[in-house]
Design a protein around this ligand. Structure first.
Ligand code: HCR
Length: 378
């Protein structure tokens, strides 16, 4: 039934929110939504989803050859999708609207060293733009020589009762091999469809295709389908891992559901399995965080949302937003510009251009945020 999951007192504001979505394109994060759909977590925390299985991230470096490493990158990537796209449903009952980060917001964390991981895995996130919201991140396991750098923005539109989210941005994974050589992987991001809006219980389905192109020539093409396609099940995918032209080998085809398990059709073996628990990033206690760190910055708002005290959440949010507006006005008056702390913007990403050519990436070039090597020593 329409609005089934919406609290009675918020039904009319949910209906107005849905109406305002029709014909909408652009920055959804800035839109006002009813309280029941608000999440107490800022989008700057989302890059942590890339590493909630730090073993799989570390294991990429253990691949004995180009093919094994390409498959290990794909296994790690597919294993992140459950966290990235279903974890709010698991923890809060449905997809929610995250807090819209302010310019300069930071999020730091780490996953501790274990024998398998070889060392600590560190995370540095910075909100590098507010309008449109763009989040840049870097995850590194130095002991294994693996680094992931990327940025993410979204373009949203509304179609046939669903929100369509085109992810703008990409990630680059670099492996420094013991031989001294480096391997790079260009990772493009899937398109999202947010369904279930009519009932007030949104959830994500991934659609269309994303790619992982290795500098060694190996290419993973990942096709995403919902209910009624390859397997009649939601969250289905089929990944085809194609060797470079000089390797005469048939492609690997991996099929399954990204939130559970998949199988490699070549040998019938389980390819990925995310039915086991994941490991959340460790973050400093709020009292020890600096004023721009996400959980400290949004503390009052998050508390209000968690406790159902939406009046104080909204007051706090307005205070943060007004402070931001004032900062921008002061900068304009002084003729200065906000300086990024950990990243430098470049108009054209050389890795994207070079590797994107190999699978005719669209667009042929993208901008990027280069890490300045100055994260905290967490
Ligand atoms: C679209 C979305 C904000 C962006 C979120 C992204 C794309 C961010 C990068 C992560 O790596 C993956 C990711 C996962 C999220 O599913 C996605 C969010 C889902 C909803 C949110 C909208 C801005 C809010 C929509 C409001 C609805 C729920 C009514």
């Amino acid at each position: 039934q329409a609005g089934e999951a919406v609290p009675a007192a918020q039904k009319s504001s949910w209906t107005s929110f849905l109406k305002s979505l029709a014909g909408f394109t652009g920055d959804l994060s800035a839109m006002t939504a009813p309280p029941f759909i608000l999440s107490p977590t800022s989008l700057t925390e989302f890059p942590a989803y890339w590493c909630e299985r730090p073993e799989l991230f570390a294991m990429i470096a253990d691949g004995k050859n180009e093919q094994q490493r390409a498959l290990a990158v794909l296994r790690w990537f597919i294993s992140t999708l459950k966290g990235q796209y279903t974890s709010r449903n698991e923890s809060m009952g449905s997809e929610k609207k995250p807090l819209n980060p302010v310019l300069g917001e930071l999020f730091y964390g780490f996953w501790p060293e274990t024998k398998e991981r070889g060392g600590k895995t560190t995370l540095v996130v910075e909100q590098v733009s507010h309008h449109p919201p763009i989040t840049a991140y870097r995850i590194a396991n130095d002991a294994k020589g693996i680094v992931l750098t990327g940025h993410n923005a979204q373009k949203t539109s509304f179609s046939a009762g669903s929100i369509i989210v085109k992810q703008v941005g990409h990630a680059v994974l670099t492996i420094s091999l013991p031989s001294g050589n480096q391997e790079e992987y260009l990772i493009t991001l899937p398109r999202l469809r947010i369904d279930g809006l009519w009932y007030g219980s949104p959830y994500i389905e991934l659609v269309e295709t994303s790619y992982i192109q290795s500098s060694t020539g190996w290419l993973s093409t990942i096709e995403y389908k919902g209910k009624g396609y390859f397997s009649g099940t939601s969250h289905s995918f089929k990944a085809t891992v194609t060797p470079p032209a000089h390797v005469s080998q048939s492609p690997h085809v991996i099929q399954g559901t990204w939130h559970t398990t998949s199988t490699d059709r070549q040998n019938g073996a389980t390819f990925h399995d995310v039915t086991t628990p994941k490991e959340e990033v460790i973050v400093a206690p709020i009292a020890e965080q600096a004023e721009w760190e996400s959980r400290r910055l949004w503390h009052g708002v998050a508390k209000g949302i968690r406790e159902g005290d939406f009046e104080s959440a909204s007051k706090e949010k307005t205070r943060i937003e007004n402070e931001q507006r004032q900062r921008r006005r002061d900068e304009t008056a002084a003729g200065t510009k906000w300086e990024l702390k950990h990243f430098e913007h470049i108009d054209n990403c050389p890795t994207y251009e070079r590797l994107g050519k190999l699978f005719s990436a669209n667009p042929p070039t993208e901008d990027a945020y280069v890490y300045l090597n100055n994260g905290p020593s967490v």
